[in-house]
Design a protein around this ligand. Structure first.
Ligand SMILES: [Zn+2]
Length: 329
């Protein structure tokens, strides 16, 4: 089934409904303003996260069994399923006082324009059974950022939830960004056949890419008890990376906290819909037991952080959920 124009205009409206409190370009300019000296130390007057936007790089369709799980063997439903469900391909732009941060980068429009975008012939064959993509040239990351008044070169940090091609597709357009990924996820490239897990070297080994694999440090903060460790991205607690394996072995989530907002947990592909995680319903892909362990940790975090908003990368509710969370005050 093809997706009609009405469907696309819904998406556009959804992102238009998400308005920052200031003009976006003006906020980007604010990052260059001098810091103020308070108590003898040079600190930014308003350190932390200031704004957040949900972006999309088109739409995918995937099998119902893929999104909602199935009792049938994976290869069976991949080869026989006739059920297709739509999913947005979201990524997130965050304005922190230290600079602009992206959580994921969406998909490269080459997925539909270039028949050889996936190098392996088997991969190309399987991909047609697993996904249908509706991605246009205008969905390219640099164009999407410029439509918001943001120069791609201004982005200083990119956090990749994991290394699948629908999350790393924009990295070539970010010349000044450090690319943060978990060391466990990165280690897959050293394994014999990463392409069998859709970790595709051809999209990661981009000239000039500054990959920065990180490890998670132990923490005494009872908030994060149960997690293997944390990585405090800016050192101010406003963006905390947490290991949430299951979709891939090195998948991570990012907790975003700032005054006046509900806390937000960007979970990548840990689940495709927040409600599925609440109901302990795992998708038809990934390591089910590992996913359930990560789900339990996230639900525990939600009990410790009442009002925590869980935002998956392929959830149509992401735009509304972020808008609600950031206007919570
Ligand atoms: Zn994905």
């Amino acid at each position: 089934m093809w997706i009609g124009l009405d469907f696309f205009s819904d998406i556009v409206e959804c992102s238009a409904a998400f308005r920052p409190t200031h003009d976006w370009k003006e906020m980007a300019d604010m990052l260059d303003r001098p810091t103020l000296a308070i108590g003898g130390a040079a600190v930014n007057a308003r350190r932390g996260v200031r704004a957040m936007r949900v972006l999309s790089s088109g739409l995918a369709e995937l099998h119902g069994e893929h999104r909602f799980g199935s009792s049938l063997p994976r290869l069976w439903w991949v080869l026989t399923s006739r059920s297709w469900v739509k999913a947005p391909i979201h990524f997130f732009l965050i304005e922190h006082s230290d600079g602009l941060v992206l959580f994921d980068t969406g998909i490269d429009p080459a997925i539909t324009a270039n028949p050889r975008y996936i190098a392996s012939a088997v991969g190309r064959l399987l991909l047609r059974r697993i996904f249908r993509f509706h991605v246009t040239a205008a969905d390219r990351l640099d164009l999407a950022l410029r439509r918001l008044g943001v120069e791609p070169a201004e982005v200083r940090t990119v956090v990749l939830s994991h290394l699948h091609f629908d999350h790393v597709g924009g990295i070539a357009h970010l010349p000044n960004a450090d690319l943060i990924v978990s060391e466990r996820e990165w280690a897959q490239l050293r394994e014999p056949h990463p392409e069998r897990e859709w970790i595709l070297r051809e999209h990661l080994e981009v000239p000039g890419a500054r990959w920065r694999p990180i490890t998670f440090e132990p923490t005494a903060d009872p908030m994060f008890e149960g997690f293997e460790g944390v990585h405090d991205l800016a050192g101010d607690g406003s963006m905390v990376l947490l290991p949430t394996p299951g979709h891939t072995p090195g998948s991570l989530s990012m907790l975003v906290r700032t005054e006046g907002w509900a806390p937000i947990l960007l979970v990548g592909d840990l689940t495709y819909e927040a409600a599925l995680l609440t109901r302990d319903k795992v998708p038809g892909t990934g390591d089910a037991a590992e996913l359930r362990r990560s789900y339990a940790k996230v639900r525990q975090l939600q009990r410790r952080l009442p009002g925590l908003v869980i935002v998956p990368s392929h959830d149509f509710a992401a735009g509304d959920d972020i808008a609600r969370a950031t206007h919570a005050a």
